[in-house]
Design a protein around this ligand. Structure first.
Ligand SMILES: [Zn+2]
Length: 654
């Protein structure tokens, strides 16, 4: 096949060089990448869906090339976007979970263009792609990467974890206006179609019975605004534009409500539209060949005349664009999802050829896509020659997969909360793929999808402060699987927040019996035992949690307090100092060290530390209360009284 392709490309090159030279155009065009989150190909008007209006996407397809059979290897946002931006499969770039840093050895789209004098900027619609927390390394090569504010003052999801498409687009337009000299590469991420489905008016009314479609129509209107802006400034015609979905949405097919667990076409078939720069654009071209999102980067580099990295998992679509490459229909689309691992279920791998789809799972699946496009009739038989062939393709994939990423340990509570706000399982030990048993021994996600739907509903309900709804969903999960460690832990956390410590402790104990290495459940157990004044129990739970995940700042602080309560100031000081290693500016950590020093009778050091702290914390009563204790210990009566008076004054005012 490789030889055939090489021959085709050679003959094509010869044909092209014989053709009259094309009109002049800039060597490096402006490049605009728009990714639309959670966008199923079959819910876009120009892809044949008649119940929606998507004029911007349709118009772009009129001006460019629409790929009817484009596939993402990953059904999860950050993994899928990393693939688009690196041209690598998830098993190659290694970003197979939230907060896993993209290794510096993998050049990104922005880096490659930046090296060719491109001005680069990224505008993201959800915190899931924030390079400070959940997508470290994705900002590499961007002059400007529009992260979310570190400390958000709003409880609303808007601006804190998500931005409306129009907000994202306006931010991009502002940047473009301020950077009018090309060439520029701008990536715009429209998160709107991701659940929960809450389109603004009038889309909430027009599509009131189909809110997912309403979100798509709204995202399309944001795209229309962006394209209109580019046209107004005369930047559209000569630009190279790529619009692509990062993955689809289950919408109940195969019983999957959202996305992430399965590798069926419902979540891997995405729209891809390419508009070429200048007059060479072939209008309203439709490509039926199967292509992959790994092909986008090599294509863009090809079109922008930028040398591609030696190792990429996709291939330029240039031969397809010139219209003679029949070989392109042989591009094999691989699929990978490790998201089930977060729930303790088997990860999935898939391979899709023109007519067949094979999914490697504890119960493997084979579909004849010609006869069964909905992938409902599993034809798998282990001795089937086609299965052996397709399995061989996957074996190559596994062989080159890097070892599991080390546990991150530094993921903060804020990041976990953000994940939950977006409806993802907010485990603290994100990135930890260690201690995973042989995948084939784990439950098949097909047997667990109802549980996942309920867990997802519970997370969305918790985020909306609907504790009763969340509790009901989690209890339903326990009816399906009384030992679901995720449901037990989530219920434990829910009851902890609700103040029902007895129930909370019971659920967490049960969760830890099923999964003793769950650092987050152990941390919650430490919290609930501390609340019920079982200090030795809290100490043991927190020590266990920190042994599993040493980088938990909040757990260190709490363990320090517990040790103080246990009259073990030495151990308390160790914990506060460890917390300060994680967050050196933490006031709580510094106060904790001072408390421990006072309890140890080390008044001199405590006083010195507190005096220095009192300069920046001149309105913090706790600082002066402790200072009074330290001075008392040193026999400095006058200073002690002054500090006490200051503390009282500050308390009175607050
Ligand atoms: Zn996504």
């Amino acid at each position: 096949m490789k030889v055939l392709r090489a021959l085709l490309i050679c003959s094509l090159t010869a044909a092209l060089s014989a053709a009259p030279s094309p009109p002049k155009k800039a060597a490096h065009p402006d490049i605009f990448l728009v990714t639309i989150d959670t966008l199923r190909a079959d819910h876009v008007h120009c892809y044949g869906y008649r119940n929606i209006q998507t004029p911007a996407l349709d118009g772009l397809a009129q001006d460019g090339i629409r790929f009817t059979q484009a596939f993402t290897p990953s059904p999860i946002t950050n993994t899928s976007h990393t693939t688009i931006l690196t041209g690598l499969l998830p098993s190659s770039h290694g970003v197979t979970d939230f907060a896993v840093p993209l290794a510096a050895t993998h050049p990104t789209w922005a880096e490659l263009l930046h090296a060719h004098a491109y001005h680069t900027a990224a505008f993201i619609g959800a915190v899931i792609l924030d390079s400070k927390t959940l997508a470290p390394g994705l900002d590499r090569g961007f002059d400007f990467y529009d992260n979310f504010p570190e400390h958000s003052h709003t409880k609303s999801r808007w601006g804190r974890v998500e931005r409306r498409g129009m907000d994202v687009v306006l931010r991009a337009e502002t940047w473009l206006s301020a950077h009018s000299q090309g060439p520029r590469f701008v990536w715009v991420h429209l998160y709107d179609p991701h659940d929960p489905y809450e389109p603004p008016a009038p889309y909430s009314q027009i599509y009131k019975d189909r809110l997912y479609d309403g979100e798509i129509a709204y995202a399309d209107s944001a795209l229309a605004n962006f394209i209109g802006f580019l046209k107004k400034h005369g930047w559209y015609d000569n630009s190279l534009m790529v619009v692509v979905g990062d993955h689809g949405e289950g919408l109940g097919e195969h019983r999957e409500d959202t996305h992430g667990i399965f590798l069926y076409d419902s979540t891997t078939h995405i729209p891809l539209i390419l508009k070429l720069p200048g007059e060479t654009a072939r209008k309203a071209k439709v490509v039926e060949a199967q292509v992959r999102t790994t092909d986008i980067l090599p294509t863009v580099l090809d079109l922008a005349r930028v040398t591609a990295p030696a190792k990429l998992d996709g291939e330029s679509l240039q031969p397809v664009l010139t219209g003679t490459d029949t070989d392109a229909s042989e591009r094999i689309a691989l699929g990978e999802t490790d998201y089930p691992l977060r729930f303790g279920w088997a990860p999935l791998r898939s391979v899709r050829t023109r007519g067949l789809k094979f999914i490697e799972a504890p119960r493997p699946e084979l579909y004849d896509l010609q006869a069964d496009a909905a992938e409902l009739n599993n034809q798998y038989e282990p001795w089937n020659a086609q299965v052996k062939n397709l399995r061989g393709m996957l074996a190559g994939l596994r062989a080159k997969a890097p070892p599991p990423a080390p546990s991150q340990g530094v993921v903060g509570q804020g990041t976990i909360d953000e994940l939950k706000a977006l409806g993802y399982l907010g485990k603290a030990d994100v990135g930890s793929a260690t201690n995973v048993p042989e995948p084939s021994l784990l439950p098949d996600p097909k047997d667990k999808i109802e549980e996942q739907n309920l867990l997802h509903l519970a997370m969305i309900a918790s985020e909306d402060d609907r504790a009763a709804d969340a509790r009901r969903s989690l209890q339903k999960v326990l009816q399906l699987d009384p030992k679901s460690p995720t449901a037990l832990r989530q219920l434990g956390e829910l009851e902890l927040r609700a103040g029902d410590y007895v129930n909370s402790a019971q659920h967490l104990k049960a969760a830890l019996e099923v999964r003793p290495d769950d650092a987050t459940a152990a941390f919650y157990e430490g919290q609930v035992l501390e609340k019920t004044h079982d200090l030795p129990g809290a100490r043991d739970a927190l020590e266990a949690s920190l042994k599993l995940m040493p980088g938990q700042f909040e757990a260190r602080l709490l363990l320090g307090q517990v040790y103080l309560g246990l009259k073990n100031p030495n151990a308390a000081q160790d914990q506060f100092e460890a917390a300060l290693l994680l967050q050196s500016s933490s006031i709580e950590g510094q106060l904790g060290v001072a408390k421990a020093q006072i309890a140890e009778g080390n008044f001199n050091q405590a006083a010195q530390q507190l005096e220095s702290l009192s300069k920046s914390q001149s309105r913090n009563a706790a600082v002066f209360e402790l200072l009074a204790q330290a001075y008392t210990g040193l026999g400095k009566k006058v200073e002690a009284e002054q500090a006490e008076a200051r503390a009282k004054l500050l308390r009175g005012k607050t």
